[in-house]
Design a protein. Structure first.
Length: 333
């Protein structure tokens, strides 16, 4: 919502109504530590273009990591489980998935949840941490490299994530040394596993060192950067380009490319229309790998109280898009 107007594809905001950055970012103060970390991981990921660091095992590991750390860690756990309580699962599974999310370097679970809940409360208004109506780069990653007083850890988690912090597990992760140790420990595991495998296969120490580093470059750096940009694209691309199944009072879109690359997070207009739903893909072509994972958990008896879109919503979306009959997609849900 900008200046009392509902933003939609037929009613876009003119340049004169573009948003200022959130009040908490003014005056602008560069977040040197966060920005340095982002630049560092991107530079490390670029080493993947050097032949010495290449291995097909690393490529496969990066692809698998998009699902394991991106879809399961961020989409399923941080977003659908912790932020919106779209389903419930045993604590051992929840905490395992949360560790995967922490290894994606998108902050601690409580702060991620709090920031996203603030986005929903103020979507496309000035307090929104990452509205593209400031500009595209701000929504994509600019909001991460400038300090925002409203997003300080104590202030935002105390207001938006008290339910998360009631769990002592997440309180412990808020301590910087704990989550940093988890991340660095995971990196060490990638190297150690690669080093050991090469030695077991008969390689020498130099070959083992090279293979271990290749798994770190691809399985950690490349994977992290890919997960970052797929997540960031939900905030930027999926609020600017795509189609809308629902009028939601802000600019959320369903974007095909982001939807497929982010495990279903790119069906963002559907999500804003029904934030509690564990399923983001509402029509048959809206592939949602996060939802399929949750459905598998349910079949295994590991997910309960699973929230799904109402038939009335699906019917409205099908009518709005003049889509083929999508009822079969929701049978037995």
């Amino acid at each position: 919502m900008l200046a009392g107007r509902v933003i939609s594809p037929d009613n876009p905001a003119p340049l004169s109504q573009r948003l200022l950055t959130p009040a908490g970012t003014q005056p602008r103060r560069f977040a040197w530590i966060d920005a340095s970390g982002i630049v560092f991981l991107h530079l490390i990921a670029l080493l993947a273009f050097l032949p010495w660091f290449f291995s097909w095992s690393g490529v496969a590991l990066a692809a698998a990591g998009l699902y394991i750390f991106g879809t399961l860690g961020i989409s399923v756990c941080f977003h659908r489980l912790l932020t919106h309580r779209s389903f419930a699962c045993p604590k051992w599974l929840e905490h395992t998935l949360a560790i995967l999310g922490v290894c994606s370097l998108q902050d601690t679970p409580a702060r991620w949840v709090a920031t996203h809940r603030r986005h929903h409360q103020h979507a496309d208004e000035q307090p929104d941490p990452h509205s593209p109506w400031v500009n595209f780069l701000w929504a994509h990653m600019g909001w991460l490299v400038f300090k925002n007083r409203d997003l300080t850890r104590l202030a935002i988690t105390g207001r938006y994530a008290r339910d998360v912090l009631r769990d002592p597990f997440y309180c412990r992760l808020e301590r910087k040394k704990i989550w940093a140790a988890v991340v660095l420990g995971s990196w060490a595991c990638f190297f150690a596993v690669g080093f050991a495998i090469e030695l077991l296969l008969g390689g020498n120490l130099a070959q083992a060192f090279q293979f271990g580093l290749s798994l770190v470059i691809w399985g950690v750096a490349v994977r992290t950067v890919l997960v970052w940009h797929s997540s960031w694209s939900v905030n930027s691309v999926s609020h600017l380009w795509g189609y809308r199944n629902y009028e939601t009072g802000e600019s959320s879109r369903n974007n095909w490319l982001v939807g497929y690359l982010s495990g279903g997070e790119g069906w963002h207009n559907n999500h804003h229309a029904d934030p509690r739903s564990a399923r983001h893909g509402h029509l048959w072509w809206e592939t949602d790998l996060g939802w399929e994972s949750i459905r598998l958990f349910r079949l295994l008896g590991l997910a309960t109280r699973v929230m799904v879109p109402s038939p009335a919503m699906v019917g409205a979306a099908r009518k709005n898009r003049s889509a083929p009959d999508a009822r079969a997609v929701f049978q037995n849900e």
